[in-house]
Design a protein around this ligand. Structure first.
Ligand code: ZN
Length: 319
């Protein structure tokens, strides 16, 4: 059996075909161009599926779709995605009609959490929290081996835990959210406050091809011993630890999996994060939990494919 996984990002949409063991067998990508509207997007997406069909025929049994934002997994629609600018967009049903395959939809962090559960933890550890550290922070919860949705499918919005009263402005419109300190935009905003000459900093530490002032540049700077960069990463780790400590106290997980672009700076933010986790008074859950940083940048799309296969095999098992 082969499942298709679709990860709808703000810029690109990734489509993968993965077998039940989690091995990638085919992939495609195209520009999301959300501004053209959801109907146009579904048309372009469904035009790509026949190539997968030609290659794998009846072995293709399901489609899993992950999208950033508030997703209704029961109805297979996006309630609101600030990233895509879509409200009340139904995706699973029209895609199902156009492709003839059952489609299952989830928030992208939920799909990454399922991917982490299958690919990083081998389905062995039954309670795991996955944090996707990118522009924003997504959270997916696997509790007792099942993806946890909550009452409305909105469980896992830990990016908007308030970690400071009247703190920094968040993309959600609120203030003091975890994401407003640990999302990549927030990390770079803090770096801007401490770095005097941004252009010179990017020339010195930026990735050779682009020399951009971004988290890669800030990671390189930390590696070179730059004090501003080390300070920003330490602050990031401290805030991340505060958010994570709340989740660990609440859920007592076996594992925390960190993924996403910002997790590449693990060497520089983990010490401060771990210090917060060590400095807790209710010790047992913190002694138990293991933090794993995934190198797999495709947990979202592969997780979507594997989640679709799981739902096809055991319709009630995954939710
Ligand atoms: Zn927020």
């Amino acid at each position: 059996m082969i499942g298709i996984g679709i990860d709808i990002g703000g810029t690109n949409t990734k489509i993968v075909a993965v077998n039940a063991a989690g091995k990638l067998v085919m992939q495609e990508r195209f520009r999301t161009e959300a501004g053209k509207g959801a109907a146009d997007f579904v048309r372009r997406l469904s035009a790509i599926i026949p190539a997968f069909r030609r290659k794998y025929g009846k072995k293709l049994v399901s489609i899993g779709i992950g999208a950033a934002g508030d997703v209704d997994p029961e109805k297979g629609k996006i309630r609101f995605s600030p990233n895509l600018g879509w409200r009340n967009v139904s995706l699973a049903a029209p895609l199902g009609r156009l492709t003839g395959l059952p489609c299952f939809m989830e928030n992208d962090a939920n799909m990454a959490a399922w991917g982490a559960f299958e690919l990083e933890l081998g389905r062995k550890k039954s309670t795991a929290i996955t944090l996707t550290l990118g522009t924003g922070i997504g959270t997916g919860l696997i509790l007792d081996g099942k993806l946890y949705h909550g009452a409305t499918g909105s469980a896992g919005e830990a990016g908007h835990f308030k970690v400071e009263r009247d703190g920094r402005a968040c993309h959600c419109g609120g203030r003091g959210c975890l994401e407003a300190y640990c999302g990549s935009y927030a990390i770079m905003a803090r770096a801007r406050e401490l770095v005097k000459d941004e252009a010179a900093f990017a020339r010195r530490f930026g990735a050779p091809a682009r020399r951009k002032f971004n988290t890669i540049c800030l990671t390189n700077a930390a590696a070179a011993g730059n004090r501003a960069a080390l300070r920003v990463w330490a602050e990031t780790g401290d805030y991340l630890g505060r958010g994570l400590a709340g989740l660990i106290l609440l859920l007592n997980p076996d594992y925390v999996v960190l993924t996403g672009g910002v997790s590449k700076a693990k060497k520089w933010f983990l010490p401060a994060m771990n210090a917060v986790l060590r400095n807790q008074q209710i010790e047992t859950p913190f002694a138990r939990v293991r933090v794993k940083v995934s190198d797999n940048s495709d947990l979202g799309s592969h997780g979507a494919a594997l989640f679709g296969l799981e739902k096809k095999r055991k319709p009630c098992a995954a939710n």
